[in-house]
Write a protein that binds this ligand. Structure first.
Ligand SMILES: *Cc1c(COP(=O)(O)O)cnc(C)c1O
Length: 452
């Protein structure tokens, strides 16, 4: 009997994170303050601890993982690498399909890989409280778990509509001791302003970010945390790819193509970047970020400087963007709705070192259901994007007879997203390509920055 599940001993939890900046052909584009000048570390010190700011700008290839963080990683890491034999059989493909199962964390996704070190470094810096935003609740749950482990208070501004419609994610956060507030609240200036204009506001991620940043900026004992996009978040997520490399080696295999869903880019960077080091050394490997056609940031967005939030409070990043005033189409149920993308992922895409593909919504749920029926695990709707792209490649292998090795990141399970599956089963979901006029219109609203 062949092994279908490669598990590593806990002593093999990585001791260092891998920093892709060391292997990029060009240095990362600078982050700009609202005045258009490169941002200085002090400007970030209001809301982040110095240790994380240093990681954000570091060019060191290897960054040590603190022992207390590795101790907590032990609760679920190393995660299994699994061969999807039953999916391969159902597809009749000669391709070998592997997946890294990040759904085994307590929060059910890859997000605690960064939430735990973020809580740790804030605790070290003497911070008492973390503030953050959450939409569907994945990042909110991860930071609630992590804050609790280091005795930090956690305040989560949860987009009001999700707060009302997704009570179980809220219950998870409360179980781990977090305070969850439906955003907009009347406890911040940003929130009060919105409520004054519209007392029934359903909220948005942009508003929730403004509230969380405002509290962090105004309270010296409070810092802000972000679950994706920033360099240090992608850095922390590289434990995924580092483990996967070792597991593939044990399996005696090596991927020709890697797929991961891409929202802000953290789980894609996490699995892909450690393999990019091999690519930089001449290895032939394709790294594919998969996004929805309804929010096609990399495949159809502009590569430009833009804000991270809708109000324009954050620094500007050079990234692929649909415009910071992007509003996700209501018909979209599959997640991955952020208007921008990680600056590192964006630059690597711009330089054609990585690839991106967009997939239609209904096809992603079909792929998720086939995966659940063959491999058992019900994937998060976000993860379904990677599964779809991987299945499409496996079907191309079937047509051409090529026995390629494919690897994808199962970024999370879908146990708290069954309402999205229900909408799929009821036939309520539609495919929706983001309109070209809206993409062109976004150009008008981008901050005016002269590109060097
Ligand atoms: C948040 C999330 C994503 C997308 O975020 P990235 O930062 O792009 O990784 C994908 N899958 C799951 C399960 C998530 O919770």
């Amino acid at each position: 009997m062949t092994n279908s599940r490669i598990v590593l001993d806990q002593s093999r939890i990585p001791t260092h994170w891998y920093n892709v900046i060391a292997d990029m052909p060009n240095p990362p584009a600078p982050v700009l303050a609202p005045d258009g000048k490169p941002i200085t570390p002090d400007q970030l010190m209001m809301i982040f601890p110095e240790s994380l700011i240093m990681q954000e700008v570091s060019g060191e290839r290897w960054i040590p993982i603190p022992e207390p963080v590795r101790e907590i990683y032990k609760l679920w890491r190393p995660t299994p690498l699994q061969r999807a034999y039953r999916l391969e059989q159902a597809l009749g493909t000669p391709a070998r399909i592997w997946y890294k199962n990040e759904s085994v964390s307590p929060a059910g996704s890859h997000k605690p890989n960064s939430a735990v070190p973020q809580a740790y470094y804030n605790k070290q810096a003497g911070i008492k409280r973390l503030s953050t935003e959450t939409g569907a609740g994945q990042w909110g749950s991860a930071i609630s778990l992590a804050g609790q482990m280091f005795g930090l208070e956690v305040m989560v501004y949860m987009v009001r509509i999700s707060y009302d419609q997704k009570p179980f994610r809220r219950s998870m956060m409360q179980t781990w001791g977090a305070r969850v507030l439906p955003s907009p609240t009347n406890t911040t200036r940003s929130g009060s302003k919105i409520l004054a204009a519209d007392p029934e506001s359903p909220g948005s991620l942009g508003i929730a970010i403004s509230e969380a940043v405002e509290v962090a900026a105004e309270n010296p004992d409070t810092n802000y945390t972000l679950g994706s996009v920033l360099n240090h978040v992608l850095l922390h997520q590289t434990v995924i790819g580092l483990e996967a490399k070792e597991q593939m080696q044990i399996a005696g295999d090596y991927p020709d193509v890697i797929f991961a869903p891409c929202g802000g880019g953290s789980n894609f960077g996490g699995i892909a970047f450690p393999f990019l080091a091999d690519k930089a050394a001449g290895k032939n490997i394709r790294l594919v970020a998969v996004e929805p056609t309804s929010c096609p940031t990399l495949t159809r967005g502009h590569y430009a400087y833009d804000f991270g939030d809708s109000v324009g409070l954050t620094p500007m990043l050079r990234m692929y963007t649909l415009g910071h005033d992007f509003v996700p189409p209501g018909i979209h149920a599959g997640g991955l709705r952020y208007h921008g993308d990680s600056a590192l992922v964006s630059q690597l895409y711009h330089e054609k070192i990585i690839e991106a593909v967009a997939v239609d919504q209904i096809a992603t749920f079909e792929a998720g259901v086939l995966f659940a029926k063959t491999e058992g695990i019900i994937p998060a709707p976000e993860s379904n994007h990677a599964i779809r792209a991987c299945i499409d490649e496996a079907l191309r292998c079937k047509a051409s007879g090529e026995p390629k090795c494919l690897l994808f990141n199962l970024s999370g399970h879908g146990h708290f997203d069954m309402a999205a599956y229900d909408r799929f089963f009821r036939g309520e979901l539609e495919d929706y390509a983001y309109p070209q006029e809206a993409i062109e219109a976004a150009l008008e609203h981008l901050p005016k920055v002269a590109l060097g």
